[in-house]
Design a protein around this ligand. Structure first.
Ligand code: NAG
Ligand code: NAG
Ligand code: NAG
Ligand code: NAG
Ligand code: NAG
Length: 323
């Protein structure tokens, strides 16, 4: 009798641990997602006969609810299944290095109200970045880098109140930065827009956004970029390299917080501000511009090489030639 009770107890322990297991409608949804990717080898562990919370690679559950879905590094053929929106408890959606993932981000994604982390990186997703992703009001980290998205950057992204980082770099985006990026609903997120086909002038409104990290490298922006500078900013990393920016560097005030500044390959003119000697720089590059005058001496500035100062109009002084 006692033994029976004990085995009953064990049965219940196992039963309740098992209650963490996959719900059948979630399993059905996941299998639709798998099918929509043409049942790729990386999802071989998604076996209809096993528990999806326990045995399926990339599926994370919390009390039987699917909270994480990571699919990475493999060949797939197909699109993101519409049914992804049925995984209502998803917090982390992280798909990366999926060659053959085509199409767009389906509208059903807006049903994922608990989503905090959204990443589709290194895939072949294309077309415009949909405006409706801004309906994901809990997202703090948005990474759509290394895809084939084209069209302009949706201004509605500025209305996502919890954003901390936006990575749209390495796509085929065109147009400029939306004016709305001068007034984010929440705090100003780190912004990575490098290696797109963005062009034109930066809207003046952007002077209102104090970015911690901003990268616009490898686009075709032109005109003034001095709105990203200023005495009382808290910018730490600023990369404006490989564009067509044209402004007077003598006229900008540098934030004391700057640690990394890359202006290389632009048409920046004027002289180097003396304040550069007061910064704790770990990266600095002003090569291939139209700067002139004496390089301020002191601080960490002379730690950088000739290559970081070269190909300007008439810069002189260490580490370049004497004036
Ligand atoms: C964000 O997530 C929390 C809890 O995960 C949820 O209660 C809330 O409704 C979500 N916010 C929005 C705007 O959907
Ligand atoms: C985006 O690319 C598609 C196909 O590659 C093309 O048909 C479409 O016109 C492009 N859109 C924009 C705005 O460039
Ligand atoms: C970059 O923009 C300039 C105008 O500011 C234009 O003349 C040039 O053709 C553009 N370059 C590319 C590669 O799109
Ligand atoms: C920053 O400085 C400018 C003037 O240089 C001033 O108008 C502005 O209010 C300052 N902003 C903050 C947040 O201190
Ligand atoms: C600075 O830019 C030049 C030109 O693109 C490049 O050759 C050099 O390696 C860069 N230096 C650093 C530290 O990135």
């Amino acid at each position: 009798m006692k033994l029976l009770n004990l085995s009953l107890l064990f049965f219940f322990i196992i039963f309740f641990t098992r209650s963490e297991s996959c719900k059948s409608n979630d399993k059905t949804t996941l299998l639709k997602i798998k099918k929509s990717l043409n049942n790729p080898r990386i999802l071989d562990s998604w076996d209809p006969l096993t528990d999806c919370c326990t045995y399926w690679i990339g599926v994370v559950c919390n009390h039987g609810r699917i909270t994480g879905l990571t699919i990475a590094a493999g060949e797939v053929v197909g699109e993101i299944a519409e049914e992804i929106g049925d995984l209502r408890d998803l917090v982390i959606l992280d798909w990366s290095s999926l060659y053959g993932l085509r199409g767009t981000i389906p509208r059903s994604i807006t049903k994922l109200k608990n989503l905090v982390y959204m990443r589709f990186r290194i895939t072949e997703l294309s077309g415009p970045i949909p405006e409706y992703i801004s309906e994901l009001q809990n997202v703090t980290f948005l990474d759509l880098s290394f895809n084939r998205f084209n069209g302009s950057i949706p201004g509605s992204i500025s209305q996502m109140p919890k954003l901390e980082a936006i990575q749209l770099n390495h796509n085929k985006l065109t147009g400029s930065i939306p004016e709305s990026f001068g007034s984010f609903l929440g705090k100003v997120p780190d912004l990575f827009l490098g290696n797109n086909h963005l062009s034109g002038k930066i809207p003046k409104t952007l002077s209102k956004s104090d970015f911690n990290t901003l990268s616009l490298s490898g686009n075709n922006f032109s005109g003034d970029a001095s709105m990203f500078f200023g005495h009382n900013r808290t910018t730490v990393r600023l990369d404006l390299s490989r564009n067509n920016f044209h402004f007077d560097l003598s006229k900008v005030k540098l934030a004391k917080s700057l640690v990394s500044l890359d202006l290389s390959h632009n048409r920046v003119f004027g002289e180097l501000p003396l304040e550069l000697t007061k910064l704790r720089l770990d990266h600095f590059n002003i090569s291939f511009n139209r700067l002139c005058g004496t390089i301020p001496q002191g601080g960490l500035l002379q730690n950088f090489e000739v290559y970081e100062f070269s190909n300007n109009l008439c810069l002189c002084g260490a580490p370049l030639q004497r004036c």
